[in-house]
Design a protein around this ligand. Structure first.
Ligand SMILES: [Fe+2]
Length: 230
């Protein structure tokens, strides 16, 4: 992705969330210089990669296949230093903007529509041991109520609704056409996006960035590189 698009999409997401009354931590607007000046007290943020995360999943069109996230809190599995067992993210998902089919070997997550348009969630039964979709029916908790679905079925989550992704729930999602962008929350077990996403159609989670303008907001995966360049 081009840096100019990453910068622009972050501005758009921050304005969208603010319009819905959702506020980010004070460091969400930190520049490269701000991070360098505050590096000594921000080790937890760097270690757990809290903050901005923008990806096109390797596609050429972020608006068709992409996701913008902000990790608000996280821990690290097996760590004495960061024993927090839970994580939280906020995301902006636009109409028809697909997050490709994937499941997680380790974490369970609740996907929550916190405002804006409706979220379409497509669900497929996964076999995590074999890294594939196996088909067949399954149950899933939707708003705390167990529901039976067949592989390939869709859920529509309107604002206030949520569902729980377990390991067998391979999921893809996008905003429903005509309902506007969605503010989506994720509450989960601790999260490591470098190792715990199985994209069954081969998407790339962290995409290379083309530096066509200065970095306005460093991505969470870039803190170390930026500080090392100081
Ligand atoms: Fe997921």
């Amino acid at each position: 992705m081009k840096r100019s698009e990453i910068n622009r999409r972050i501005d758009e997401a921050a304005a969208f969330w603010e319009g819905l009354g959702f506020r980010l931590p004070p460091w969400a607007g930190f520049s490269v210089g701000d991070w360098r000046r505050n590096a000594a007290v921000c080790r937890e943020i760097f270690d757990l990669q809290l903050g901005w995360d923008v990806t096109s999943f390797g596609s050429s069109d972020f608006l068709k296949c992409g996701l913008l996230l902000f990790t608000l809190r996280n821990g690290r599995a097996g760590s004495d230093e960061y024993p927090k067992p839970y994580a939280e993210k906020i995301m902006m998902v636009r109409e028809g903007q697909v997050t490709p089919r994937h499941f997680h070997w380790y974490k369970s997550e609740d996907i929550i529509n916190r405002g804006g348009g409706n979220l379409v969630v497509e669900l497929f039964r996964a076999d995590p041991a074999e890294n594939r979709i196996c088909g067949g029916s399954f149950t899933i908790s939707v708003n705390g109520i167990r529901k039976k679905l067949d592989s390939g079925d869709k859920l529509i989550l309107s604002p206030g609704e949520s569902c729980t992704m377990e390991h067998i729930h391979c999921h893809s999602f996008y905003g429903e056409t005509g309902s506007g962008p969605c503010m989506i929350g994720e509450v989960s077990m601790v999260n490591d996006d470098r190792t715990d996403n199985c994209f069954v159609d081969g998407a790339i989670r962290f995409v290379p960035v083309e530096e066509d303008e200065p970095i306005r907001y460093p991505l969470a995966c870039e803190y170390r590189k930026i500080l090392a360049a100081n």
